[in-house]
Write a protein that binds this ligand. Structure first.
Ligand SMILES: *Cc1c(COP(=O)(O)O)cnc(C)c1O
Ligand code: SF4
Length: 404
């Protein structure tokens, strides 16, 4: 096959969410749309508000009723505008409009699938790996993703970490020198004001043993307007900050998101993307290639693709493991290595993340006089043999033979 005959899958047109806005917001000005406070205040939070934007299917209507007490709704006008309103299988819709599948809980599923609670030295910190911690600073998000793995906490008003709980977390990090990397998470930490966030980030920056400050936020996807000038200057001040965001589908690529990512880069942030593999949303190599090419253009490296974990209420979106492995095989070779993330499964019960990779080695190694011969299939399925040896030992043997 001639590599030049396979055209890259690219997004042809990146829209502005403003231009896609539903009739409900027809009279809103561009300035209002670009104001994140307006976006926050006009979020869809009830079934009735949702119906003003799109017509729920009968099963969505039932889901809206039966998930009411399970997990709240939150959809920003920006994100709602990206829903293809006529398509009930729209990938943006599936991520934010409740589906009946959420009410099905299977016996092996877990309320706290990652065992985060079991590894909490203080209530706002999960410390599972020797050198890094998750630090929860809020439980709120502008959009509540239906596939959220922290459903048990996120969005529940009574569970918002209080200031003293955050203070306790800061003290734990300050007094634990083995911690080199703090992942500020939630919920979505950009739900906090720049002022509140500033207090936390400045405290972290003063800790001499920290090498890395990371911010995990979906705001570039769901509320890109939130990346405002104040945030830009804060991040520049305390930087470098590693920002990991969560784009899942090319429909989430907007002019507004491009502006947010550009601003984060201007603030000196190092950008990465953590996608969650979801059935019917992005278990499709063409969509992921489009998304990742667009992300690379924005200076944002695809970092992880997560297997949907054993959380309750997301079963309908969970794919078999082979599908993720097949996705990785499809990306490798077609797409710049910079755009090929790691596919990881976060093991239940706090086992941590393990990467899953396609099998490139073919058959068993065959021993020979030097070491062993191994056959590999490349990204196109062509086979190649590699002679696997302990080179330094062979060379020193060869050289000592020469001396004699
Ligand atoms: C994912 C995770 C991290 C960060 O892991 P990286 O592989 O370094 O991105 C840290 N702590 C916990 C508990 C995690 O789940
Ligand atoms: S932004 Fe993250 S924490 Fe918030 S609902 Fe979505 S997946 Fe959950």
């Amino acid at each position: 096959m001639d590599p030049t005959t396979a055209p890259p899958h690219v997004i042809e047109h990146v829209p502005s969410s403003y231009d896609l806005r539903p009739a409900l917001w027809r009279d809103i000005t561009r300035a209002q749309w670009d104001d994140w406070i307006w976006q926050q205040q006009n979020r869809i939070r009830t079934a009735a508000q949702l119906e003003a934007v799109l017509e729920p299917t009968p099963s969505e209507r039932e889901a809206l009723r039966s998930t009411q007490d399970l997990f709240r709704i939150g959809i920003t006008p920006h994100y709602a505008a990206l829903i293809e309103r006529e398509a009930t299988t729209c990938p943006v819709r599936l991520q934010c409009v409740p589906q009946l599948g959420e009410t099905v809980v299977l016996p092996f599923e877990l309320e706290d699938p990652l065992g985060e609670e079991a590894h909490m030295p203080v209530p706002s910190v999960t410390h599972r790996y020797p050198d890094r911690v998750l630090f929860y600073v809020t439980h709120h998000c502008p959009v509540y993703c239906r596939h959220c793995t922290r459903k048990r906490k996120v969005g529940a008003p009574q569970s918002a970490p209080r200031r003293d709980v955050i203070e306790e977390g800061l003290r734990y990090i300050e007094s634990t020198p083995s911690i080199r990397d703090v992942l500020v998470s939630g919920g979505d930490p950009l739900t906090l004001s720049n002022e509140r966030l500033g207090v936390i980030l400045r405290r972290l920056r003063r800790i001499a043993h920290l090498d890395v400050i990371r911010l995990g936020t979906r705001n570039p996807v769901t509320l890109p307007q939130r990346i405002d000038e104040g945030l830009e200057s804060l991040l520049r001040e305390v930087g470098p900050v590693y920002v990991n965001t969560h784009f899942n589908h090319p429909s989430e690529a907007t002019r507004e998101a491009e502006g947010a990512l550009a601003r984060l880069r201007a603030a000196g942030c190092v950008l990465g993307n953590q996608m969650v593999l979801l059935a019917g949303v992005n278990d499709d190599a063409v969509a992921v290639e489009q998304l990742n090419r667009w992300l690379l253009r924005q200076g944002c490296r695809p970092y992880y693709v997560f297997q949907a974990d054993m959380a309750q209420g997301i079963t309908h979106m969970r794919t078999p493991l082979e599908r993720g492995i097949a996705l990785m095989a499809a990306l490798r070779g077609r797409l710049s290595g910079l755009g090929v993330p790691q596919f990881v499964i976060d093991l239940p019960g706090g086992g941590g993340k393990v990467p899953l990779v396609p099998e490139y080695a073919q058959g068993e190694p065959r021993p020979d006089a030097w070491g062993q011969r191994r056959v590999f299939a490349n990204w196109r399925g062509e086979r190649f043999e590699f002679v696997d040896v302990d080179g330094a030992r062979l060379v020193s043997q060869a050289l000592s033979g020469r001396d004699r």
